[in-house]
Write a protein that binds this ligand. Structure first.
Ligand code: TYD
Ligand code: MG
Length: 480
Protein backbone atom coordinates (compact mmCIF):
# COMPACT_ATOMS: atom_id res chain seq x y z
CA UNK A 1 0.00 0.00 0.00
CA UNK A 2 1.27 3.42 -0.91
CA UNK A 3 0.62 6.12 1.57
CA UNK A 4 0.23 9.37 -0.25
CA UNK A 5 1.82 12.42 1.26
CA UNK A 6 -0.75 14.65 2.82
CA UNK A 7 -0.66 18.31 3.82
CA UNK A 8 0.14 18.97 7.41
CA UNK A 9 -3.22 19.74 8.88
CA UNK A 10 -3.68 22.16 11.72
CA UNK A 11 -4.50 19.42 14.21
CA UNK A 12 -1.36 17.55 13.20
CA UNK A 13 0.73 20.65 13.67
CA UNK A 14 -0.69 21.19 17.12
CA UNK A 15 0.12 17.61 18.09
CA UNK A 16 3.66 18.06 16.85
CA UNK A 17 4.09 21.26 18.82
CA UNK A 18 2.77 19.54 21.94
CA UNK A 19 5.28 16.75 21.47
CA UNK A 20 8.06 19.31 21.04
CA UNK A 21 7.12 21.06 24.22
CA UNK A 22 7.19 17.79 26.16
CA UNK A 23 10.41 16.59 24.63
CA UNK A 24 13.26 16.69 27.13
CA UNK A 25 15.96 15.78 24.67
CA UNK A 26 17.46 18.18 22.19
CA UNK A 27 20.62 18.32 20.15
CA UNK A 28 23.14 21.07 20.44
CA UNK A 29 26.03 22.01 18.18
CA UNK A 30 29.31 21.73 20.08
CA UNK A 31 30.84 24.36 17.88
CA UNK A 32 28.34 27.23 17.87
CA UNK A 33 25.67 26.19 20.37
CA UNK A 34 22.84 25.88 17.79
CA UNK A 35 19.93 23.87 19.17
CA UNK A 36 17.77 21.44 17.22
CA UNK A 37 15.04 18.97 18.15
CA UNK A 38 16.33 16.41 15.67
CA UNK A 39 19.81 15.08 15.24
CA UNK A 40 21.40 16.51 12.11
CA UNK A 41 24.60 15.45 10.41
CA UNK A 42 25.57 19.02 9.81
CA UNK A 43 24.88 22.12 11.85
CA UNK A 44 22.70 24.40 9.70
CA UNK A 45 24.09 27.45 11.48
CA UNK A 46 27.87 27.08 11.43
CA UNK A 47 27.98 24.24 8.86
CA UNK A 48 30.23 22.00 10.95
CA UNK A 49 29.79 18.27 10.32
CA UNK A 50 28.95 15.80 13.12
CA UNK A 51 28.94 18.49 15.75
CA UNK A 52 25.45 17.93 17.21
CA UNK A 53 25.33 16.24 20.60
CA UNK A 54 22.34 15.01 22.51
CA UNK A 55 21.51 16.86 25.67
CA UNK A 56 18.71 16.67 28.15
CA UNK A 57 16.77 19.85 28.51
CA UNK A 58 16.40 21.45 31.84
CA UNK A 59 12.90 21.17 33.24
CA UNK A 60 13.38 24.31 35.28
CA UNK A 61 11.09 27.23 34.64
CA UNK A 62 12.57 29.93 32.46
CA UNK A 63 12.88 32.44 35.27
CA UNK A 64 15.13 30.14 37.29
CA UNK A 65 17.46 29.71 34.35
CA UNK A 66 17.63 33.42 33.87
CA UNK A 67 19.06 34.10 37.29
CA UNK A 68 21.99 31.85 36.48
CA UNK A 69 22.83 33.60 33.26
CA UNK A 70 26.05 35.50 33.12
CA UNK A 71 26.16 39.18 34.05
CA UNK A 72 29.29 41.20 34.59
CA UNK A 73 29.47 42.58 38.10
CA UNK A 74 28.88 46.30 37.97
CA UNK A 75 28.58 48.78 40.73
CA UNK A 76 25.19 48.81 42.32
CA UNK A 77 22.86 51.24 40.71
CA UNK A 78 24.76 51.70 37.44
CA UNK A 79 22.01 51.28 34.92
CA UNK A 80 22.76 54.28 32.75
CA UNK A 81 25.74 54.65 30.41
CA UNK A 82 28.62 56.45 32.11
CA UNK A 83 31.31 58.66 30.59
CA UNK A 84 34.56 56.84 29.97
CA UNK A 85 36.57 59.69 31.42
CA UNK A 86 34.64 59.60 34.67
CA UNK A 87 35.71 56.04 35.53
CA UNK A 88 38.65 56.09 37.90
CA UNK A 89 41.61 54.21 36.51
CA UNK A 90 43.23 51.94 39.03
CA UNK A 91 46.71 51.05 37.96
CA UNK A 92 46.60 47.34 38.69
CA UNK A 93 49.92 45.64 38.89
CA UNK A 94 50.23 42.35 37.07
CA UNK A 95 50.98 39.32 39.12
CA UNK A 96 54.07 37.43 38.03
CA UNK A 97 53.63 33.66 37.85
CA UNK A 98 57.33 33.16 38.52
CA UNK A 99 57.73 31.60 35.07
CA UNK A 100 59.15 34.19 32.71
CA UNK A 101 57.95 32.50 29.53
CA UNK A 102 54.38 32.14 30.83
CA UNK A 103 54.38 35.79 31.94
CA UNK A 104 55.59 36.82 28.51
CA UNK A 105 52.75 35.04 26.71
CA UNK A 106 50.20 36.47 29.15
CA UNK A 107 51.43 39.95 28.21
CA UNK A 108 53.61 40.57 31.25
CA UNK A 109 51.90 38.63 34.04
CA UNK A 110 48.40 37.87 35.28
CA UNK A 111 45.74 40.56 35.34
CA UNK A 112 43.38 40.54 38.33
CA UNK A 113 40.07 38.88 37.57
CA UNK A 114 41.18 37.53 34.20
CA UNK A 115 40.12 34.15 32.89
CA UNK A 116 42.82 32.26 31.00
CA UNK A 117 41.96 29.15 29.01
CA UNK A 118 44.88 26.77 28.41
CA UNK A 119 44.40 24.11 25.74
CA UNK A 120 46.65 21.38 24.40
CA UNK A 121 46.98 17.70 23.56
CA UNK A 122 46.82 15.15 26.39
CA UNK A 123 50.20 14.70 28.06
CA UNK A 124 51.66 17.88 26.62
CA UNK A 125 52.21 19.32 30.10
CA UNK A 126 49.25 21.60 30.87
CA UNK A 127 48.86 20.33 34.43
CA UNK A 128 52.63 20.42 34.95
CA UNK A 129 52.88 24.02 33.71
CA UNK A 130 50.09 25.29 35.92
CA UNK A 131 51.11 23.34 39.00
CA UNK A 132 54.62 24.72 38.60
CA UNK A 133 53.26 28.26 38.28
CA UNK A 134 51.17 27.82 41.44
CA UNK A 135 54.23 26.33 43.15
CA UNK A 136 56.26 29.47 42.38
CA UNK A 137 53.44 31.71 43.56
CA UNK A 138 52.99 29.79 46.77
CA UNK A 139 56.75 29.87 47.44
CA UNK A 140 56.45 33.63 47.11
CA UNK A 141 53.87 33.62 49.88
CA UNK A 142 50.72 33.80 47.74
CA UNK A 143 47.80 31.57 48.58
CA UNK A 144 46.83 29.55 45.52
CA UNK A 145 44.14 26.96 44.78
CA UNK A 146 44.47 24.00 42.41
CA UNK A 147 41.13 22.37 41.62
CA UNK A 148 41.59 18.99 40.00
CA UNK A 149 38.75 17.00 38.54
CA UNK A 150 41.11 14.51 36.95
CA UNK A 151 43.71 13.46 39.49
CA UNK A 152 43.67 12.33 43.09
CA UNK A 153 45.55 14.15 45.86
CA UNK A 154 48.23 11.44 45.85
CA UNK A 155 48.80 11.80 42.13
CA UNK A 156 49.18 15.55 42.45
CA UNK A 157 51.48 15.12 45.45
CA UNK A 158 53.65 12.74 43.41
CA UNK A 159 53.89 15.20 40.55
CA UNK A 160 54.61 18.07 42.93
CA UNK A 161 57.49 16.21 44.56
CA UNK A 162 58.93 15.49 41.11
CA UNK A 163 58.70 19.22 40.46
CA UNK A 164 60.20 19.96 43.90
CA UNK A 165 57.28 22.09 44.97
CA UNK A 166 56.90 22.58 48.69
CA UNK A 167 53.55 24.22 48.41
CA UNK A 168 52.75 25.31 51.93
CA UNK A 169 50.40 27.93 50.56
CA UNK A 170 49.18 25.75 47.69
CA UNK A 171 45.72 24.41 48.41
CA UNK A 172 44.46 21.34 46.59
CA UNK A 173 40.83 20.55 45.93
CA UNK A 174 39.93 17.32 44.15
CA UNK A 175 36.38 18.28 43.21
CA UNK A 176 34.09 18.25 40.18
CA UNK A 177 30.95 19.93 41.52
CA UNK A 178 30.82 23.53 40.37
CA UNK A 179 29.04 24.82 43.45
CA UNK A 180 31.72 23.41 45.76
CA UNK A 181 34.49 24.82 43.58
CA UNK A 182 33.00 28.30 43.66
CA UNK A 183 32.31 27.98 47.38
CA UNK A 184 35.98 27.10 48.00
CA UNK A 185 37.13 30.11 45.98
CA UNK A 186 34.74 32.31 47.92
CA UNK A 187 35.91 30.97 51.29
CA UNK A 188 39.66 30.81 50.66
CA UNK A 189 40.05 33.93 48.46
CA UNK A 190 43.23 32.63 46.82
CA UNK A 191 45.48 34.89 44.73
CA UNK A 192 45.30 32.53 41.73
CA UNK A 193 43.05 29.56 40.89
CA UNK A 194 43.63 26.69 38.47
CA UNK A 195 40.67 24.56 37.34
CA UNK A 196 41.97 21.35 35.75
CA UNK A 197 39.95 20.71 33.62
CA UNK A 198 36.81 22.70 32.79
CA UNK A 199 35.32 19.62 31.06
CA UNK A 200 35.21 17.66 34.32
CA UNK A 201 33.40 20.30 36.37
CA UNK A 202 29.61 20.11 36.38
CA UNK A 203 26.62 21.85 37.84
CA UNK A 204 24.24 19.30 39.36
CA UNK A 205 21.23 21.52 38.63
CA UNK A 206 21.77 21.01 34.92
CA UNK A 207 20.67 17.61 33.68
CA UNK A 208 23.33 17.33 30.93
CA UNK A 209 26.44 15.21 31.27
CA UNK A 210 29.73 16.79 32.43
CA UNK A 211 31.67 18.05 29.43
CA UNK A 212 28.54 18.79 27.39
CA UNK A 213 28.05 22.16 25.78
CA UNK A 214 25.48 23.36 28.31
CA UNK A 215 27.56 22.25 31.28
CA UNK A 216 30.75 23.87 30.04
CA UNK A 217 28.96 27.08 29.19
CA UNK A 218 27.14 27.37 32.49
CA UNK A 219 30.08 26.33 34.66
CA UNK A 220 32.45 28.69 32.86
CA UNK A 221 29.96 31.53 33.21
CA UNK A 222 29.78 30.89 36.96
CA UNK A 223 33.53 30.83 37.34
CA UNK A 224 33.86 33.88 35.11
CA UNK A 225 31.36 35.78 37.24
CA UNK A 226 33.26 34.86 40.35
CA UNK A 227 36.68 35.66 38.91
CA UNK A 228 35.48 39.11 37.86
CA UNK A 229 33.66 39.93 41.07
CA UNK A 230 36.46 38.78 43.41
CA UNK A 231 39.28 39.96 41.12
CA UNK A 232 40.90 36.52 41.20
CA UNK A 233 42.75 35.38 38.07
CA UNK A 234 41.66 31.88 37.04
CA UNK A 235 43.34 29.41 34.70
CA UNK A 236 40.97 26.94 33.03
CA UNK A 237 42.51 23.84 31.49
CA UNK A 238 40.66 22.76 28.35
CA UNK A 239 40.76 19.43 26.53
CA UNK A 240 41.23 19.56 22.80
CA UNK A 241 39.25 17.71 20.14
CA UNK A 242 40.93 15.55 17.54
CA UNK A 243 41.03 18.60 15.28
CA UNK A 244 43.18 20.38 17.84
CA UNK A 245 40.52 22.81 19.01
CA UNK A 246 39.42 23.28 22.59
CA UNK A 247 36.52 20.91 23.22
CA UNK A 248 33.23 22.49 24.09
CA UNK A 249 31.34 25.44 22.77
CA UNK A 250 33.08 28.09 20.75
CA UNK A 251 31.59 30.71 23.03
CA UNK A 252 33.96 29.48 25.73
CA UNK A 253 36.79 31.07 23.75
CA UNK A 254 34.75 34.26 23.43
CA UNK A 255 33.97 34.39 27.14
CA UNK A 256 37.49 34.12 28.47
CA UNK A 257 40.06 36.92 28.30
CA UNK A 258 42.97 34.86 27.08
CA UNK A 259 43.28 31.61 25.13
CA UNK A 260 46.65 29.88 25.25
CA UNK A 261 47.61 26.76 23.34
CA UNK A 262 50.41 24.51 24.49
CA UNK A 263 52.03 22.73 21.53
CA UNK A 264 54.85 20.33 20.94
CA UNK A 265 57.72 21.62 18.86
CA UNK A 266 58.36 18.79 16.41
CA UNK A 267 58.98 15.46 18.11
CA UNK A 268 61.35 16.94 20.64
CA UNK A 269 60.94 17.65 24.32
CA UNK A 270 60.42 21.32 23.55
CA UNK A 271 57.05 22.91 24.06
CA UNK A 272 55.69 26.16 22.67
CA UNK A 273 53.04 28.18 24.48
CA UNK A 274 51.17 30.45 22.13
CA UNK A 275 48.44 33.03 22.71
CA UNK A 276 45.51 32.73 20.30
CA UNK A 277 43.55 35.49 21.96
CA UNK A 278 44.67 37.95 24.57
CA UNK A 279 42.71 40.93 25.83
CA UNK A 280 45.75 42.06 27.83
CA UNK A 281 48.66 41.55 25.45
CA UNK A 282 49.96 40.61 22.03
CA UNK A 283 48.92 37.34 20.41
CA UNK A 284 52.22 37.04 18.56
CA UNK A 285 54.19 36.25 21.66
CA UNK A 286 55.44 32.71 22.19
CA UNK A 287 56.90 31.03 25.24
CA UNK A 288 59.37 28.18 24.79
CA UNK A 289 59.86 25.43 27.37
CA UNK A 290 61.81 22.24 27.65
CA UNK A 291 60.23 19.26 29.43
CA UNK A 292 62.67 17.22 31.50
CA UNK A 293 62.64 15.19 34.74
CA UNK A 294 62.31 18.32 36.84
CA UNK A 295 59.34 19.65 34.89
CA UNK A 296 59.17 22.51 32.43
CA UNK A 297 62.19 24.75 32.09
CA UNK A 298 62.07 28.09 30.31
CA UNK A 299 64.25 28.24 27.20
CA UNK A 300 65.84 31.65 27.44
CA UNK A 301 67.34 31.70 23.98
CA UNK A 302 65.01 30.03 21.48
CA UNK A 303 67.20 30.96 18.50
CA UNK A 304 69.88 28.55 19.65
CA UNK A 305 67.24 25.87 20.06
CA UNK A 306 65.73 26.33 16.62
CA UNK A 307 69.16 26.27 14.96
CA UNK A 308 70.73 23.53 17.06
CA UNK A 309 70.05 20.71 14.62
CA UNK A 310 70.81 22.63 11.46
CA UNK A 311 72.73 20.50 8.93
CA UNK A 312 76.08 21.83 7.77
CA UNK A 313 76.30 22.95 4.17
CA UNK A 314 73.06 21.35 3.06
CA UNK A 315 71.41 22.81 -0.03
CA UNK A 316 67.96 24.25 0.65
CA UNK A 317 68.64 25.36 4.22
CA UNK A 318 68.82 29.06 5.10
CA UNK A 319 68.43 31.07 8.30
CA UNK A 320 65.71 33.68 8.76
CA UNK A 321 65.74 36.20 11.59
CA UNK A 322 62.00 36.25 12.31
CA UNK A 323 60.10 38.31 14.86
CA UNK A 324 57.77 36.45 17.21
CA UNK A 325 55.78 38.98 19.17
CA UNK A 326 58.33 41.37 20.55
CA UNK A 327 61.40 39.22 20.30
CA UNK A 328 63.59 38.09 17.44
CA UNK A 329 63.93 34.35 16.83
CA UNK A 330 66.30 32.83 14.33
CA UNK A 331 64.71 29.94 12.47
CA UNK A 332 65.87 27.56 9.81
CA UNK A 333 63.87 27.61 6.58
CA UNK A 334 64.18 24.40 4.58
CA UNK A 335 63.15 23.78 1.01
CA UNK A 336 63.26 20.67 -1.13
CA UNK A 337 62.72 20.72 -4.87
CA UNK A 338 62.43 17.49 -6.82
CA UNK A 339 61.06 16.65 -10.28
CA UNK A 340 57.38 15.65 -10.32
CA UNK A 341 56.90 11.98 -11.06
CA UNK A 342 53.25 12.00 -11.93
CA UNK A 343 50.28 14.34 -12.18
CA UNK A 344 50.28 17.87 -10.88
CA UNK A 345 53.35 19.12 -9.08
CA UNK A 346 52.92 19.27 -5.30
CA UNK A 347 53.34 22.35 -3.16
CA UNK A 348 53.55 21.20 0.44
CA UNK A 349 54.37 23.60 3.26
CA UNK A 350 54.77 23.12 6.98
CA UNK A 351 54.81 26.29 9.03
CA UNK A 352 54.46 28.48 5.96
CA UNK A 353 51.47 29.53 3.86
CA UNK A 354 51.29 27.30 0.78
CA UNK A 355 49.61 29.99 -1.34
CA UNK A 356 52.54 32.24 -0.61
CA UNK A 357 54.96 29.46 -1.53
CA UNK A 358 53.14 28.95 -4.85
CA UNK A 359 53.45 32.69 -5.48
CA UNK A 360 57.19 32.63 -4.79
CA UNK A 361 57.63 29.63 -7.10
CA UNK A 362 55.89 31.55 -9.91
CA UNK A 363 58.02 34.65 -9.26
CA UNK A 364 61.24 32.59 -9.30
CA UNK A 365 60.13 30.97 -12.57
CA UNK A 366 59.10 34.16 -14.37
CA UNK A 367 61.44 36.79 -12.95
CA UNK A 368 64.60 34.80 -12.32
CA UNK A 369 64.17 32.03 -14.86
CA UNK A 370 64.44 29.05 -12.52
CA UNK A 371 62.73 25.90 -13.83
CA UNK A 372 60.46 25.13 -10.90
CA UNK A 373 56.98 24.71 -12.33
CA UNK A 374 57.47 21.03 -13.19
CA UNK A 375 58.88 20.24 -9.76
CA UNK A 376 57.41 19.16 -6.45
CA UNK A 377 58.18 21.84 -3.88
CA UNK A 378 58.33 21.32 -0.13
CA UNK A 379 58.91 24.12 2.37
CA UNK A 380 59.41 23.53 6.08
CA UNK A 381 60.08 25.85 8.99
CA UNK A 382 62.24 23.70 11.25
CA UNK A 383 61.33 23.32 14.92
CA UNK A 384 57.56 23.38 14.47
CA UNK A 385 57.27 27.16 14.27
CA UNK A 386 54.78 28.90 12.00
CA UNK A 387 55.89 32.02 10.18
CA UNK A 388 53.07 34.01 8.70
CA UNK A 389 54.57 37.36 7.89
CA UNK A 390 55.98 38.25 4.48
CA UNK A 391 59.51 38.80 5.82
CA UNK A 392 60.14 35.09 5.20
CA UNK A 393 59.66 35.49 1.41
CA UNK A 394 63.33 36.08 0.63
CA UNK A 395 64.54 33.22 2.82
CA UNK A 396 62.02 30.79 1.26
CA UNK A 397 62.91 31.91 -2.29
CA UNK A 398 66.66 31.54 -1.67
CA UNK A 399 66.11 28.13 -0.02
CA UNK A 400 64.15 27.00 -3.09
CA UNK A 401 66.87 28.22 -5.46
CA UNK A 402 69.56 26.62 -3.32
CA UNK A 403 67.76 23.25 -3.35
CA UNK A 404 67.09 23.40 -7.09
CA UNK A 405 70.72 24.18 -7.86
CA UNK A 406 72.06 21.76 -5.24
CA UNK A 407 74.30 24.52 -3.90
CA UNK A 408 74.36 25.36 -0.18
CA UNK A 409 74.11 28.94 1.04
CA UNK A 410 76.98 30.26 3.14
CA UNK A 411 76.53 29.11 6.78
CA UNK A 412 77.06 32.52 8.28
CA UNK A 413 74.44 34.34 6.18
CA UNK A 414 70.92 35.31 7.21
CA UNK A 415 68.22 36.65 4.88
CA UNK A 416 64.93 38.48 5.26
CA UNK A 417 62.63 40.61 3.11
CA UNK A 418 59.30 40.64 1.34
CA UNK A 419 59.25 39.67 -2.35
CA UNK A 420 56.81 41.45 -4.71
CA UNK A 421 55.29 40.04 -7.89
CA UNK A 422 57.81 41.88 -10.07
CA UNK A 423 60.62 40.17 -8.20
CA UNK A 424 61.36 43.37 -6.27
CA UNK A 425 62.36 43.32 -2.62
CA UNK A 426 60.39 45.30 -0.08
CA UNK A 427 61.32 46.50 3.37
CA UNK A 428 60.07 44.69 6.46
CA UNK A 429 59.66 45.81 10.05
CA UNK A 430 62.36 45.87 12.71
CA UNK A 431 65.47 45.09 10.63
CA UNK A 432 67.77 46.24 13.43
CA UNK A 433 66.45 43.82 16.03
CA UNK A 434 66.73 40.97 13.52
CA UNK A 435 70.34 41.84 12.67
CA UNK A 436 71.33 42.19 16.33
CA UNK A 437 70.00 38.73 17.15
CA UNK A 438 71.83 37.26 14.14
CA UNK A 439 75.09 38.94 15.17
CA UNK A 440 74.62 37.66 18.72
CA UNK A 441 74.52 34.09 17.43
CA UNK A 442 77.62 34.46 15.30
CA UNK A 443 76.22 35.26 11.86
CA UNK A 444 78.41 37.64 9.90
CA UNK A 445 76.50 38.41 6.69
CA UNK A 446 72.96 39.52 6.03
CA UNK A 447 71.12 39.94 2.74
CA UNK A 448 68.31 42.46 3.24
CA UNK A 449 66.07 44.69 1.09
CA UNK A 450 67.87 47.92 0.14
CA UNK A 451 65.05 49.99 1.63
CA UNK A 452 65.90 48.58 5.07
CA UNK A 453 69.37 50.15 4.96
CA UNK A 454 68.08 53.67 5.64
CA UNK A 455 69.08 54.82 9.11
CA UNK A 456 70.10 51.30 9.93
CA UNK A 457 72.58 50.78 12.69
CA UNK A 458 74.68 47.82 11.61
CA UNK A 459 75.88 45.58 14.46
CA UNK A 460 79.64 45.23 14.82
CA UNK A 461 81.22 42.48 12.74
CA UNK A 462 78.18 42.18 10.46
CA UNK A 463 78.32 42.73 6.72
CA UNK A 464 74.91 43.88 5.47
CA UNK A 465 74.17 43.66 1.75
CA UNK A 466 71.20 45.69 0.50
CA UNK A 467 69.51 44.31 -2.62
CA UNK A 468 66.51 45.55 -4.58
CA UNK A 469 65.77 42.55 -6.80
CA UNK A 470 65.40 38.85 -6.14
CA UNK A 471 68.06 38.13 -8.75
CA UNK A 472 70.60 40.31 -6.92
CA UNK A 473 69.71 38.57 -3.67
CA UNK A 474 70.46 35.18 -5.23
CA UNK A 475 73.90 36.35 -6.37
CA UNK A 476 74.55 37.89 -2.95
CA UNK A 477 73.73 34.51 -1.43
CA UNK A 478 76.24 32.84 -3.77
CA UNK A 479 73.64 31.32 -6.09
CA UNK A 480 74.01 33.79 -9.00
P1 TYD B 1 50.80 16.60 32.14
O1 TYD B 1 51.10 17.90 32.76
O2 TYD B 1 50.11 15.58 32.96
O3 TYD B 1 49.99 16.81 30.79
P2 TYD B 1 48.51 17.28 30.54
O4 TYD B 1 47.99 17.85 31.81
O5 TYD B 1 48.66 18.30 29.44
O6 TYD B 1 47.75 16.10 30.06
O7 TYD B 1 52.18 16.06 31.58
C1 TYD B 1 52.43 14.74 31.57
C2 TYD B 1 53.68 14.43 30.80
O8 TYD B 1 54.79 15.17 31.22
C3 TYD B 1 53.98 13.00 30.99
O9 TYD B 1 54.17 12.42 29.72
C4 TYD B 1 55.20 12.98 31.83
C5 TYD B 1 55.85 14.30 31.57
N1 TYD B 1 56.58 14.85 32.73
C6 TYD B 1 57.94 14.94 32.69
O10 TYD B 1 58.58 14.55 31.72
N2 TYD B 1 58.62 15.48 33.76
C7 TYD B 1 57.96 15.92 34.85
O11 TYD B 1 58.60 16.42 35.80
C8 TYD B 1 56.54 15.84 34.88
C9 TYD B 1 55.76 16.30 36.07
C10 TYD B 1 55.88 15.30 33.80
MG1 MG C 1 46.43 17.12 33.01
Amino acid sequence: MIVAPFPLSNSNKAARLRAMAKSKVSYRCTSCGYESLKWLGRCPDCETWSSLQEETKSSEPRGAQKTRSFRLPTEAGVTKPVALGSIAEEPKARLSTGMSELDRVLGGGLVAGSLVLVGGDPGIGKSTLLLQALGHLSDGGQKTLYVSGEESLEQIRLRASRLRIEGNALLLLPETRAELVTAAIEAERPAVVVVDSIQTIYDSDIPSAPGSVTQIREVSARILYQAKSLGVPVFLVGHVTKHGEIAGPRILEHMVDTVLYFERSGASSYRILRAHKNRFGSTNEIGVFEMNEGGLLAVENPSELFLSERPTDAPGSVVLPAIEGTRPVLVEVQALVSPTNFGNPRRTCLGFDSNRAALLVAILERRVGLQLLGCDVFVNIAGGLTIDDPSADLAVSVALASSLRGQPVDRRTVLFGEVGLAGELRAVAQPEIRLKEAAKLGFSRAVVPKACLKRLEVPKGMEVIGVSKLEEALSAAGLG
